[in-house]
Design a protein around this ligand. Structure first.
Ligand code: PGU
Length: 408
């Protein structure tokens, strides 16, 4: 007799973005003439750059002849791509070796799968609000109890990120085992400073905790003084795994490619350096047959000098969108965070309006979709996220409607 995994029953709601899509569809059905503009999910809209397109074409053509055809590759990824990723870190002054790099089909899979190499009774710390995958995947893995009245899953350590602390958490006041950090942050747009990351690295080394550092938006940092990788911090190779993606920086949200860095020196309380690296290798070799060879060629091209120049120009374009959104909201007298080193603008909802009510209000009055802060955790209540990844004409139309139609 088959029995279900009871941990899934502890999830209190569907995954955030399909839920938003569902509510948007309902609204559209009720208002067929409404021209809805989507600034909800952080999904790229600009085409792939020429350098990537040409490498994808070449990789497809190579599959057309017996001489150049290739089948299964190493599940860790192709050597030229792993080397290009390691070189990217070298250019930041961070030490990452080709062997530390594990290519994947995206940061979402890695950020949820990585916990499988840690004990089920690990105490997991999460920023609140956070990318919902960190919490939901730990709930599904049985690391939590049910949700309490505060909207927190029992058994997780929530680290509030609020306007008061500049959206970067205090160090845990107790011993935790795994710490998810995301910088530039989804959803708040805040970027951790070198000192803030140093404090977490020191905490992790002292308590033998492991930091799971999601840097999916690193390329959106415009301030040269801010760290783009946890490995810019001395000692991080002993205590941190970094996860990154081609989704946002190269427009691969539909193409699918990401990576994780699991350094040889990394260790946990009960392991020697090297063991976690071996375990992740074993896990990926068993569960994953590698990212598509076509896509890996595209990723390697994205990291070539011409590829970087072209993709960073698109990143700059999205950041101009963020500036347009920020300016409009400020003009309307709203309190705005983020959007300067991250593609998300995080606004405080007007007094007395919770984040799901603001979702309805913006949809009704402006036909604009955003993401309610509460969807990212209880401390996201009273906030709202707008994505800068839209097409320019849609960003301009959405901001025009916010300027003229949003009743404040
Ligand atoms: N990590 C962070 C911090 C993210 O915000 C996202 C996407 C990912 C990882 C996913 O990266 P992939 O490499 O594409 O797997 N966040 C988007 C999309 C929502 C989702 O469910 O992934 C967002 O709107 O928050």
């Amino acid at each position: 007799m088959a029995k279900i995994n009871p941990a899934y029953r502890r999830l209190t709601a569907g995954y955030l973005f399909p839920e938003i899509a569902r509510r948007t569809r309902e609204f559209q059905a009720a208002h067929p003439d409404a021209a809805i503009l989507r600034l909800g999910i952080g999904d790229t809209t600009e085409p792939l750059v020429p350098e990537i397109i040409s490498s994808l074409h070449t990789a497809v053509d190579q599959l057309a002849t017996r001489e150049t055809y290739s089948g299964y590759g190493d599940s860790e990824g192709q050597t030229p791509l792993r080397q290009a990723i390691a070189d990217l870190y070298t250019s930041l002054g961070a030490e990452v070796k080709m062997e530390d790099v594990f290519v994947s089909d995206g940061a979402k899979s890695d950020s949820s799968n990585i916990q499988s190499i840690f004990a089920t009774d690990s105490l997991v710390a999460v920023q609140d609000p956070a990318y919902p995958v960190y919490v939901d995947s730990n709930v599904m893995s049985g690391r939590t109890g049910t949700k309490n009245d505060l909207g927190q899953y029992e058994g997780l350590h929530y680290m509030p990120c609020t306007a008061e602390n500049g959206f970067f958490p205090e160090l845990p006041d107790r011993k935790v085992d795994l710490i998810y950090l995301c910088s530039p942050n989804n959803p708040t747009g805040a970027v951790a400073t070198r000192d803030q990351l140093t404090a977490f690295v020191e905490y992790a080394r002292k308590h033998k905790a492991v930091i799971l550092f999601d840097s999916a938006y690193a390329d959106f940092i415009t301030d040269p003084g801010l760290p783009r990788s946890i490995y810019e911090i001395p000692g991080a190779r002993e205590c941190a795994i970094e996860i990154n993606s081609f989704s946002k920086s190269a427009g691969f949200t539909g193409v699918r490619l990401g990576w994780s860095i699991v350094p040889a020196e990394l260790s946990a309380e009960d392991s020697k350096p090297g063991e976690l690296h071996k375990m992740w290798t074993r896990r990926q070799n068993t569960f994953f047959n590698g990212a598509s060879n076509i896509v890996q060629a595209g990723g390697t091209a994205a990291l070539s000098p011409a590829g970087r120049e072209q993709t960073l120009a698109v990143v700059k374009f999205y950041m101009e969108n963020a500036a347009i959104i920020r300016a409009c909201l400020q003009e309307r007298g709203l309190t705005v965070f983020g959007g300067t080193n991250a593609p998300y603008v995080w606004l405080k909802t007007p007094e007395g309006i919770d984040s799901w009510s603001f979702f309805d209000k913006l949809l009704n009055e402006c036909n604009v979709v955003g993401t309610p802060g509460a969807g990212f955790g209880p401390s996201g209540e009273g906030y709202f996220r707008l994505s800068a990844f839209g097409r320019r004409e849609n960003i301009l139309a959405a901001t025009e409607r916010i300027r003229t139609q949003l009743v404040l």
